[in-house]
Design a protein around this ligand. Sequence first.
Ligand SMILES: CC(C)(COP(=O)(O)OP(=O)(O)OC[C@H]1O[C@@H](n2cnc3c(N)ncnc32)[C@H](O)[C@@H]1O)[C@@H](O)C(=O)NCCC(=O)NCCS
Ligand SMILES: Nc1ncnc2c1ncn2[C@@H]1O[C@H](COP(=O)(O)OP(=O)(O)OP(=O)(O)O)[C@@H](O)[C@H]1O
Length: 360
Amino acid sequence: MLMVGLTGGIGAGKSTVTAVLEEAGAVIVDADKIAREVVQPESPGLAMLVAEFGEGILGQDGSLDRAALASLAFVDADRTAALNAITHPLIGQRTAELFTAAPQDAIVVHDMPLLVEGGLTPGYHLVVVVDTPADIRLERLVGQRGMPEDDARARMSRQATDEQRRAVADVLIDNSGEREAVVEATRALVESRLVPFEHNLRTATPVIGDRTVVPFRPEWAAEAERATARVRHILGEVAVRIDHVGPTSVGDLDAPDIIDLQVTVRDETGEDSALRMLRDAGWVRDTTSVRPLFHWCDPARPVELSVIAEDDPEHEFSLMMAEVIADDPSARTEYAEILQRADREETRQWERARCGASRS
Ligand SMILES: CC(C)(COP(=O)(O)OP(=O)(O)OC[C@H]1O[C@@H](n2cnc3c(N)ncnc32)[C@H](O)[C@@H]1O)[C@@H](O)C(=O)NCCC(=O)NCCS
Ligand SMILES: Nc1ncnc2c1ncn2[C@@H]1O[C@H](COP(=O)(O)OP(=O)(O)OP(=O)(O)O)[C@@H](O)[C@H]1O
C-alpha cells in the first residue's frame, strides 16, 4: 500500500486534487468527512463538544450547528486546542480503521488539512502539498464558497503557514492558476510517480539511481532531511543517529543525484532489528553489497541507506567527509574526479581511505 499525505491550507484546492486522484483509482481517506462522522447526533464526540462549548452549538434537531461551533472554536489558539483535543483522537481512530481496510495494492491518499500541524508527515511515503497563496485562497473561499471572510481568516491563523507546508512537501502542486492546470499536474503525478512507486513497494523493486554527475542541487539537503525523518519514523530508538552522508551532503559539489543516508545502530542486535524493520517498511536490500545497504523505491528520488554499528571503526568515516573536503581543496578535486567515474565501490573506498588517513 502506498500511503500519500495530501495537504494544503484552507481553500487550497485539495478537493479538486482528490477528485482527480479518485478518478485515477486511488482510495481517498477524507479527514473533513471523518470529522463529520465522529460528531453525528447522539455520538460521544458530540456530547463532549457540548460539554466543552455549551448547548448553543446544537441546532433545533439536536445535530451540530457547524457555523456556531466554528464561531466559538477559532477565536483563539486555546479554544481551537480544546476543539482538537476532543475531535482529533476520534478522527485518528477512524482514520486508522480506514487505512487498515484498504486493499494491499491500493494507493491510499489521506486528504488532511492539518498534516503539518500534527507533525504527521514522516508517516507517509509521499507528501503532496496543494500550494495556493493565502490571498487567492481567501478570495475563492469568500467568492465561490460563500464563507464569511473573518471565519476564513480565523481558520488560516490556526493553521501552518505556506512556508511550513512547503518545507515538508515532496511534491508541490501549484493551484494559483486555472483549474485545468492542477488537473493536468495531478494526472501527471499519478502516472509518473504514484503508480510506479506503489508497484515498486509491493514488488520490492528498488530504484537504483543514475550515477552520472549532475550540477549541485540546493534541494538535496531538504530532501535528505525528509528521508531522514521517514527513516526515524520507521526505526525509532533502534537508530542511534541517522546522517546525510556521501557526495550530496558535502555542499556545493556536483554529484550523482542519489541521497546517501547512514543509520548508526548500537550493536549487532540493533543491526538485526534495523534490517528487519527497514525491509518491512519497503526498503530493498542490495544483495551485491557486503555491508548492509538498502535502496528506496520512489521513482523520483533515489536514496541509498547503509546501516553500521557505532563500534565499527569505519562508522565515523562517512561523517567526516564534508570536513575533510572543506579543509583540503585537493581532496575536493580528487573526490570530484572519482565521482565522474560513476563507480559506487570506488567512491566508497576512496572515502574510507581519505577519512581513515585524516583521522590517523
Ligand atoms: C468546527 C467545524 C465544526 C466547522 O465545520 P465546517 O463545516 O464549517 O468546516 P469543515 O469541517 O468542512 O472544515 C473546512 C476547513 O476548515 C479548516 N479546519 C477545520 N477544523 C480545523 C481546525 N481544528 N484547525 C484548523 N483548521 C481547521 C480545514 O481547512 C478544513 O478543511 C469543523 O471544522 C470541525 O469539527 N473541526 C474540528 C475537526 C478538525 O480538526 N478537522 C480538520 C481535519 S482533521
Ligand atoms: N484553480 C482554481 N481556480 C478557481 N477556483 C478554484 C480553483 N481550484 C479550486 N477552486 C475553488 O476554490 C474553492 C476551494 O477549493 P477546494 O474546495 O478544492 O479546496 P480545499 O483545499 O478542499 O478546501 P478545504 O480546506 O475547505 O477542504 C472551491 O470553491 C473551488 O471550487
